[in-house]
Design a protein around this ligand. Structure first.
Ligand code: AMP
Ligand code: MG
Length: 310
């Protein structure tokens, strides 16, 4: 704990100098910088090799600072009360007088905002007088990181400080919901869309292909840069086989996302397992069929995009 407090102090110093810090969140690790500074947010795009047209999600401690930057509405307040802090990002209208860097929004008048629940990152946000722009801490289009070590593997010494918050509890990115007009899901994620639909008690569309160009919507994404095949009953020889149900026989090339067919647990283990397989130098990955409901739908979304890598 003591160590964490001194690391948070260090993080504040680095962020105040407009540099990036790796931060733990309950979804995945983020690469954070001052969202009000173009100098700072430029560094995020450079480090990640992320095209500038892809907007960033901005992380807030609570509503106080958010109200300076965004127009809030009833749907937002309803969802905020139930799900924040937590794995959901909201698209809101940006206020004209907001200080958010144009880099963050790709010069648009909307902003994606989130309130992460990870204790360490909340402690950090509380001590800053600016919000943090923080996309996932990985090179653009590759697998998201779920531990400090993963972030280190992505950026080496280019990122001075990564706060260690253990393995991310959710393990997949936040759900993104557009609240500018009628609520629309733009990205499946940490809170299953059926839950949100039930809670809002309204029609809720899922826009698979957003007009807004963003990494979560790109064709190849979340990729281990290995060939990946879906809905496989029997893997080829020398191919890694990713499973969610325990088999009677255990083979060396079998990798379980869950042994109990638990989809939430499987989502948590998804990126960790793909990284592990990559380290073992497999040339191809086969994945057994995953039920397309709840967290299974999120897993299938990520794997589908990853399977576009040829
Ligand atoms: P990442 O930070 O890597 O999880 O990816 C950021 C995601 O935020 C992208 O996939 C976009 O879908 C989304 N995003 C950020 N800003 C906006 C915005 N203004 N409108 C729609 N989507 C956004
Ligand atoms: Mg990302």
């Amino acid at each position: 704990m003591k160590n964490n407090l001194s690391n948070i102090k260090k993080a504040v110093k680095i962020l105040n100098k407009n540099q990036c810090v790796g931060i733990p969140t309950e979804t995945v690790y983020g690469l954070a910088a001052n969202a009000y500074s173009s100098d700072a947010t430029d560094k995020i795009f450079k480090l990640k090799k992320r095209p500038k047209k892809n907007p960033l999600i901005v992380h807030y401690f609570n509503l106080k600072l958010l109200k300076k930057d965004c127009e809030i509405n009833d749907n937002f307040l309803k969802l905020y009360k139930k799900y924040s802090p937590g794995p959901i990002s909201y698209i809101l209208k940006l206020k004209k007088k907001s200080l958010i860097s144009k880099n963050v929004t790709n010069k648009k008048n909307t902003l994606a905002v989130r309130f992460p629940s990870h204790r360490l990152t909340r402690n950090l946000l509380k001590q800053l007088n600016y919000p943090l722009a923080a996309p996932s801490a990985n090179i653009s289009t590759k697998i998201s990181p779920v531990s400090k070590k993963d972030v280190k593997d992505e950026f080496g010494r280019k990122v001075k400080l990564i706060l260690d918050g253990g393995q991310s509890k959710i393990g997949v990115e936040s759900t993104i919901i557009n609240l500018i007009k009628k609520p629309q899901i733009l990205r499946l994620g940490g809170i299953p869309k059926e839950q949100i639909k039930k809670y809002l008690n309204s029609h809720l569309v899922y826009i698979k292909k957003s007009k807004i160009n963003s990494p979560g919507q790109e064709k190849t994404h979340y990729s281990p840069y290995i060939k990946l095949r879906l809905n496989i009953k029997k893997p080829n020889r020398n191919e890694a086989f990713v499973l969610i149900k325990k088999r009677k026989k255990m083979n060396q090339n079998y990798f379980y996302l869950s042994k109990k067919n638990n989809l939430k647990e499987a989502a948590k283990n998804l990126y960790k397992t793909l990284r592990f397989i990559k380290k073992r130098k497999y040339k191809s990955i086969a994945v057994e069929k995953i039920p397309n409901k709840g967290f299974g739908e999120v897993i299938n979304d990520r794997l589908k995009r990853a399977s576009n890598f040829k």
